[in-house]
Design a protein around this ligand. Structure first.
Ligand SMILES: [Zn+2]
Length: 160
């Protein structure tokens, strides 16, 4: 079964609560659910969203296009699948069971985790953004540790 659905903006806002990120609009979920056996499902696809972040360097807002891959095996009771219960830790097991409600799959938790895992720890508007240097106090000859002075001289010589 293919499922292509918008991810509503309020849902994304909830998912991002307290992460420091915000949503710029609705996202899009594009997944394929395959029932591999009774009560066992393979969920594969991608969750896309545009996330509003603040650059850790220049403190400007910028947008991150998120494309989170989803690839999960769900089953009503992981212990019934040989080898699976040992291979998965408890959190994942709980999540997998949580996703199955009778005939209905609730993928909210999976989608949320996939998006959050795709977000950077220290977002930068561009990889080379070095604006944080400009916010440091200006170089003051007096305040520099004397042991570092040779370094400063070397740098000045190089810049000349
Ligand atoms: Zn920046």
């Amino acid at each position: 079964m293919n499922l292509i659905e918008p991810i509503p903006r309020p849902w994304l806002s909830d998912a991002l609560a307290e992460t420091g990120f915000e949503t710029s609009g609705q996202g899009k979920l594009d997944i394929r659910v395959t029932e591999t056996a009774t009560g066992q499902y393979l969920v594969m696809g991608v969750a896309k969203a545009t996330i509003q972040a603040t650059c850790v360097s220049c403190l400007e807002g910028f947008e991150i296009p998120v494309k989170a891959e989803i690839s999960v095996f769900l089953c009503a009771d992981p212990k019934e699948v040989p080898g699976l219960s040992e291979a998965r830790d408890l959190d994942v097991e709980d999540l997998q069971k949580e996703a199955i409600h009778g005939e209905t799959l609730v993928l909210d938790g999976l989608v949320r985790d996939a998006i959050l895992l795709d977000l950077p720890m220290n977002p930068r508007c561009r990889p080379e953004c070095q604006a944080w240097r400009d916010r440091l106090p200006q170089d003051d000859q007096e305040s520099i540790d004397p042991r570092l002075l040779p370094l400063k001289k070397a740098r000045v010589a190089k810049e000349d």
